[in-house]
Design a protein around this ligand. Structure first.
Ligand SMILES: [Zn+2]
Length: 89
């Protein structure tokens, strides 16, 4: 499970070769995601503790290669980049 930003700056969740768009944040702090592929109605729900609480079936096969491509685009744009830390001194 990995969180990235789309080219439009939207949150995207990558998991098991599927891509999800953020649907809503629930009152209990959990977050609902919807599959980014249309017309798939796949859903994904993550609790406040980042535990996956619900995944529905997809109408298509997962596509990990596509997710890797999305990730590299996100990295190129420099979004959500974490600075390298020196290990030790
Ligand atoms: Zn789907």
């Amino acid at each position: 499970m990995e969180l990235i930003q789309s080219q439009k700056g939207k949150d995207l969740l990558l998991s098991d070769g599927y891509r999800y768009r953020k649907a809503r944040t629930n009152t209990d702090g959990s977050v609902s995601w919807r599959c980014a592929e249309t017309p798939c109605r796949g859903r994904f729900k993550v609790s406040l503790e980042n535990v996956v609480v619900n995944v529905t079936r997809h109408s298509h096969a997962p596509d990990p290669a596509k997710n890797e491509a999305k990730k590299s685009v996100s990295n190129m744009k420099g979004e959500q980049r974490t600075p390298l830390r020196n290990q030790g001194s």
